[in-house]
Design a protein around this ligand. Sequence first.
Ligand code: NAD
Length: 322
Amino acid sequence: MAGTRGRGGSRPKVTVVGAGMVGGTVAQMLALRDYADIVLVDIVEGMPQGKALDLLQVGPIVGYDTQLTGTNGYDETVDSDVVVITSGIARKPGMSRDDLLRTNMGIVRSVTQQVVEKSPEAIIIVVSNPLDAMCHAAFDVAGFPRERVIGMAGVLDAARFRTFIAMELDVSVEDVTGFVLGGHGDTMVPLSRYSTVSGIPITELLPPDRIKALEERTANGGAEIVGLLKTGSAYYAPGTSVVEMVDAILLDKRRVLPASVLLQGEYGISDTFVGVPIKVGAEGMEKIFEITLTSDEAAALAKSAASVQDLVAAMARLAAES
Ligand SMILES: NC(=O)c1ccc[n+]([C@@H]2O[C@H](COP(=O)([O-])OP(=O)(O)OC[C@H]3O[C@@H](n4cnc5c(N)ncnc54)[C@H](O)[C@@H]3O)[C@@H](O)[C@H]2O)c1
């Protein structure tokens, strides 16, 4: 396909590490796009192979020629153009936040190391939680320029905000844009004045108390789904959000999307991964858009960055202990 970034084979190669719920959804949604070949990696024997074979058998039904390979190793990932990291564990009952941070930090670090050995030119999209901290873990090990380590959270958070705005106004989601900044989770900063319905700011269409309710529902969007599912977290919208970013890179679309990137002075924040609007194209993060914030918005973003910095400090402490 013209405009794609593939090396070696005729199609670009995307590796998805962690073939669980999010990883499997990424593979499924990307396979449907029919322009890239996909390698699914997991530590569970047979599972990535089984999912890859199952998805291959969708090909004749819907008409895609996407090649899918499942593996428990990294040889098959060689020369990937994009690597999506979704490996990790969910917090289990009785597990402290530190335990979860230590475990997922270990997983993301080891996965990244193995990935970059095989694909030194790849662009890494981090999905594992806690998202912004895991971006730091991957970035530290990868030794890549900041343009090639990007965290996915903002596309999902914005999609949730857009969904709730469309539901509230009873309009098509197609006409709704949502603008979010900051860390993933409860420190997310929705910017309602830049969220629109066909260009009309929602502040013109909804009273402040309704907007606040939609913002709060968005910030708790992940927890709301966990509460309903009870045995896991969201994966359809997260997986599809990742594919929007993969499209932007491999089709060199230069989309303007919110994503977690390493700020180096932008927004007055340094050496911290935090969600901001960026241009996403063949080179990964190609530009950071810096907009003027109100003092409340700037304070909320600074708070978000501080909570990421706390996790980074905790990771350094946990690494020193082990
Ligand atoms: N950034 C976001 O917006 C967002 C959204 C949803 C989920 N997430 C996060 O994505 C991650 C995956 O979620 P999920 O629902 O798919 O979980 P899941 O448990 O279904 O899948 C995780 C997979 O990672 C695998 N894994 C563990 N250690 C591994 C290793 N060392 N190498 C390779 N694979 C390994 C597991 O075997 C499992 O199959 C979680 O950390 C979750 O919190 C992030």
